[in-house]
Design a protein. Structure first.
Length: 427
């Protein structure tokens, strides 16, 4: 099969995938965000997942779908000559932690409008088992008028992108694939195998592939929740958590997870997708939800620990000057989606303090749009009552903390990136 690829959604997942496919196949990248499309067509990627030079090397100026390369567009008609569609839109949760499938439905509607007989539609968005066949396929059938597994075929290949990770890039991460029929599964597997250096693993069904993805992050979430709980216990016992973990790690089969704020588009969301499906079939998942509740509460816990340290040092809480370092959900990455650092900020603000928020990686406009919070362009020349390191950006290790804190200041290090003797508290 001569694949002509259409990638729907050009964010942290879709763009790196589109660039890899564009090296070997005619590829159209589609996104409804015109600003994002214009940015990419100028040869720039503000997510920093793809180097500008690499993007510029594959960019095309027209969707001829004859030569290999990437054409980026917000016009649905530019997808109509594709025969393999890969959907990489986000799958968030709402304020009540319920799965929001609207982006997936909308993307399926868009593809349905250009879907033709013999085409393939592959989903990469993280979902609970059954979403592809029960939620997406009916939309494709209704909009296109075509029949599933007769006129078109569907696959599921979960994304495993780790934002900001320049070592484990998309082509170097083993890819799970699946298809709606044995024949389509093989075609889809061979397609990914042609661009994924690390190889592929063909799952036995769409639901198995969906379930494999959602438990990857749920497992990590539970493990981090465990060490977060240990951190709370050891803090009360006056024991340093990291020293305990270092000692325990000397055993060959000890899992070296560390405490922290667990957010982002995957780990902080996926467990709720699995829990939703479990509850639909009459099972209440205890461990999964307990782990998520504990991790969701870590921002408030960090803030309360900071306030306790302030009280111990006789620092007046109301009106205190605080410098908060970091708002992204992880280090050395501009991604602010579902960041738990904002929980620390909001909880501290409730104590009527003044906070300067500094993050050299985050987009000022995105932070304002998403959270209604201003970030400063640089650290001012003043001394703070509290300095809290919420994200371990590499730039923060170069800061002269003695120049920005008072003699009696509190320094709280969420990620344990500073020397222990220089901080008053850490997870």
């Amino acid at each position: 099969m001569n694949h002509k690829i259409g990638i729907i959604g050009l964010g942290y997942v879709g763009l790196p995938l589109a660039v890899e496919f564009a090296k070997k196949y005619p590829t159209v990248g589609f996104d409804i965000n015109q600003k994002r499309v214009d940015e990419l067509n100028s040869g720039k990627d503000n997510t920093l997942e793809v180097e500008d030079k690499m993007l510029q090397n594959v960019l095309h100026t027209s969707p001829d779908l004859i030569n290999n390369g990437l054409f980026v567009s917000s016009e649905l008609d530019d997808l109509k000559h594709c025969n393999t569609y890969i959907i990489t839109v986000p799958t968030p949760t709402d304020k009540n932690n319920r799965p929001v499938l609207t982006p997936l439905h909308k993307a399926s509607e868009s593809v349905g409008k250009v879907l033709k007989k013999g085409d393939f539609v592959i989903y990469e968005s993280t979902v609970y088992p059954g979403v592809t066949e029960e939620e997406c396929v009916p939309v494709l059938e209704k909009v296109s008028g075509l029949k599933f597994n007769e006129d078109f075929y569907v696959g599921y290949s979960p994304e495993r992108i780790n934002p900001g990770d320049k070592e484990h890039t998309v082509s170097k991460i083993l890819k799970v694939t699946s298809g709606s029929t044995p024949e389509s599964a093989e075609i889809i597997d061979q397609l990914y195998k042609s661009v994924i250096i690390a190889g592929t693993y063909k799952a036995t069904s769409l639901k198995v592939a969906e379930a494999a993805k959602v438990i990857e992050n749920s497992q990590r979430d539970i493990n981090i929740a465990f060490v977060n709980e240990l951190s709370k216990i050891f803090n009360r016992l006056g024991i340093d958590t990291y020293e305990v973990l270092e000692a325990a790690s000397t055993k060959w089969n000890f899992l070296p997870f560390k405490p922290g704020l667990v957010g982002g588009h995957c780990i902080g969301v996926d467990p709720y997708y699995l829990a939703q499906k479990a509850q639909e079939v009459g099972y209440h998942p205890e461990i999964i939800l307990a782990g998520r509740r504990l991790n969701d509460g870590m921002g408030a816990y960090v803030a309360s620990e900071i306030v306790k340290l302030m009280v111990k040092k006789d620092i007046k809480v109301k009106g205190a000057e605080i410098l908060m370092l970091g708002i992204t959900f992880k280090e050395n990455c501009p991604d602010i989606r579902n960041t738990k650092a904002i929980d620390v900020y909001n909880e501290l603000i409730s104590y009527s303090v003044n906070i300067d928020l500094y993050d050299p990686w985050a987009s000022k406009n995105e932070v304002i749009h998403e959270y209604g919070v201003q970030i400063i362009n640089e650290i001012p020349k003043k001394k703070y009552d509290v300095v809290v390191v919420t994200v371990a950006h590499k730039e923060f290790s170069k800061i002269n903390f003695s120049a920005i804190k008072k003699d009696n200041s509190v320094v709280y290090d969420v990620k344990a990136v500073l020397p222990k003797e220089e901080v008053d508290g850490r997870l």
